[in-house]
Design a protein. Structure first.
Lengths: 295, 295, 295, 295
């Protein structure tokens, strides 16, 4: 078992830290919200006095933060955590941020002899609680191998995508593709229904044909076709439109930097922004189905 | 076993008719090309003297033709087959055509007491040969049940999508969605590769994550990631860009009639047309990957 | 002055026929609605007993009808007007229809020695009333020259676009481009306003810079920037979203036939359909601005 | 006449500085390239020893730099020019950069009592040489009024868009709209030509109809329709695809920050990136016409 510092215990980080506790690790947690910290402490974690405290005397430091700016501020600028870390501590940043933020931190860390991994997750709050997240990891192979057993305490799939930043890139490629096939699925269902088809029958046909995709398999956006998914619960729970827009923003930013043309991804971003601007920002992203509904 | 007339024995219809012969049916075939007819006759089919001859004294008449205009000409205008058919003959049109063409033929047939089904297929020439096609069928339930065992001699999946025209609608919804996730997959792979990822590793990650779709599972568009698919054979074989454009044209035509908004489908059509106009019309549709390649 | 038959005197055709009367022509009108006919008769036109009557003993026959099917039915199928026309009568069809409908009528007419022109208009109901329409004409040069002075009684600009069908093609190219720059203008204004700019100031800047276009010049979609345009009248009057969708449908149909890639045009169509499906079908097309408004 | 420091005398800044010299101002120039400095010195400017030297003892300091990072480095980080500027010197940054970069510099300057303006230009190298640029200015009204006569020595139109950053926002809104109508124009011309129209005739018709826009008026993308534009010179000269992509990148970045949906702008970016990736990065942006050409 390992000693682990954990910074950022919100909707995602909280249950992740709890799963580490359950797995028997010694976990020390920090968050700007004392309330969030308290929840994890009640599950058996220790309370760190500060971010620096959380990062001291631990074998592994995990961070789960909402933006690349905050990650850079933590490690490089405001808190300057890199100045306080022991070189034996492995840093695993699970935040979804721009690849260049991840690379900036990794390079600065390396200059100080500190090893880092970028390890964004997929699977949402439900996956965080159930311990079934997918980790998509960038960094050196040897560090990846050291991190893998710990990540498996929080997730089901752990992938090594490549070098520093590769975890971020792979995640945003995946989520861009998810956005594209979710909208495509919603369009196809609406087109079918507008022409007299039953959405459940059409879903079944496409699921067993070449239209098949994860949205149809596990996350049908048409209300009532599939029980226990957000579309059957008025699009509550799940993965918010606002968060999808954040990820699509990162994808397009990466595409701009690498001069990659992503017309479908760019259109998906515009449609999700349009949808979000109509009051759906906090609904599940499969609510994009309603963008196509006739009034 | 049944007596079956088969009109249109080209790339798709030829192997389909052969599979009916193999299953033990008595099959009589007609095509404007004597050469195509000869190929099927060599497998044991009888040669019909004309379309009308093929449609005479058979329990089932199957047609597999390239356009809605040709289907209407056969049944209603030029050949006026409906004037020659026995009301006990079940008509199964397997052509991919506009839903309204299918409905026009079905209505005219019903006035004469003739029962029809629209039963477009998915699965391509490979599926036609292997007998693993998917049939998506529109028409009355009782007729569907009568047709099902015969269609199973040519395919693996047989779906009843709904009433007349529903087979066509379901197929074009499926193919529109296929076009969308294929392009989305190609964009995601290019974005990943442009940012240093290995296309096989990224494919593997997305396949086991929420980006999963049929293109990634069975038809990876990046050359060399998957053996035995068109992308690993210089995009030869498979489903031609021109045919995808035909199906997308039908989808957009249906969307225009029902005033359905299909932004991703519309963009997919434009991108496949762009791709086709650069000399890729006869390549497999997964060659859209090359549209995004950097030169 | 000429003797003129006029078939179809609705929102557009009515004021057009009145302008011909005012110019001194002898005009005989027909419409399925007796009420519409009455309005024009009150301005000095004669009332025709039937479409055939309207087309008899006139130098010029003008038709202004809502769809290609209706135009074909009038000239070729139901009314078979071509069977009743004198070869000295010049036929000018001002309907906006698919180029292939126009060509079909023109070819059938030529076989009977009858000369036709396709002459769709641009300028809307306001232009029809004011006599400031633009006519975009397809057909032979000599026929065009004969028609021109008469068209000038109803419009300000009269263009010869090319051979039969060219009038229709040029009009749908123009309207596709109009749709594209109207949406582009709406997006740019919303982006500016979301970032603190004054829509009137931004409009003024873009109007004098490279963003300039007809929408900014004469039809600003942001309410209050320009008086006397639909956006300043709750988007009433003007050119309805439904009609823009009809024209965009014709454009995409033509693009499909000629295998032309029109990504921006296709997206414009999808966005106008989306907008129409939210209850804006009968509002002016500049109401697309509201699609981008934040709620 | 004023004493002016000028930093960045490349393709754009060089001729701009020369025009200030011609107007009678005392101009001191700096650039990392001695060669570029020499060209302007030959026209009568003085040579500054450093960026700090250029900014010392001048009434106005103008900078024209290629990226927001470089602008921030100059004023805030590396050179820290703000630490060396006299509060009586008016800073005018003519670079095209993200609005947030402009605002960051403006805020830091204000803390030191220094007044700044963001004043990006439109009009390209040709406009810089001819002194016909358009300046789109953000910042306080009083500063704008002080800058205006000097800017008029380099340009024809000078607009006050609003507060700090507004110049940048207005410029990227304009250029996004330009990108949209240029592509729309190219699509419409190709669609017309594919259907038998003459591109010059179609251009003429649309120019006098509701499709009219700056691209048709002054910059027709079809080779040979208009003399003396890049399309008639193999798309050389003009405004490079790479630079359009830079501006579209800034537009989409701004849209992401303000959660504005810009579907047409996003698609325009993707299409220009696609075009650039096929070897057209250094051609004029009207070469997007070739993206739609049939091969």
């Amino acid at each position: 078992m390992a000693t682990i510092g954990f910074i950022g215990v919100g909707n995602m980080g909280g249950p992740m830290a709890c799963n580490l506790v359950k797995a028997g690790h010694q976990v020390k947690v920090f968050d700007l919200s004392a309330e969030l910290v308290q929840t994890v402490v009640e599950q058996g974690a220790a309370k760190a006095a500060s971010a620096i405290d959380a990062a001291t005397d631990v074998e592994v430091l995990i961070s789960m933060l909402p933006s690349g700016q905050i990650v850079e501020d933590l490690y490089l600028h405001e808190t300057r955590l890199l100045d306080h870390l022991d070189t034996r501590t492995l840093v695993i940043d699970c935040s979804t941020i721009a690849p260049e933020n991840a690379i900036t931190v990794a390079k600065a860390a390396r200059l100080k002899g500190i090893t880092t991994l970028d390890a964004p997750v997929s699977g949402g709050v439900g996956g965080a609680k159930a311990g079934t997240l997918t980790f998509i990891v960038g960094g050196e192979k040897s560090a990846f191998e050291k991190a893998e057993p710990i990540l498996r305490n929080m997730g089901k799939n752990v992938f090594h995508a490549g070098n520093h930043g590769a975890g971020q890139i792979a995640k945003i490629c995946n989520n861009m593709l998810l956005a594209v096939h979710m909208i495509g699925t919603a369009e196809a269902l609406q087109l079918g229904v507008d022409n007299g088809l039953d959405p459940a029958v059409l879903s079944q046909i496409m699921l067993q044909s070449s239209g098949r995709n994860w949205s149809l398999e596990l996350y049908n956006p048409w209300p009532g076709v599939m029980p226990s998914v957000p579309s059957s619960n008025d699009y509550n729970g799940g993965f918010q439109v606002n968060l999808m827009n954040k990820d699509l923003g990162l994808a397009l930013e990466a595409a701009t930097k690498s001069h990659s043309a992503t017309p479908m991804g760019a259109l998906a971003k515009a449609l999700f922004e349009l949808h979000g601007s109509k009051g759906f920002g906090k609904k599940d992203f499969s609510s994009i189905q309603k963008l196509f509904a006739k009034e």
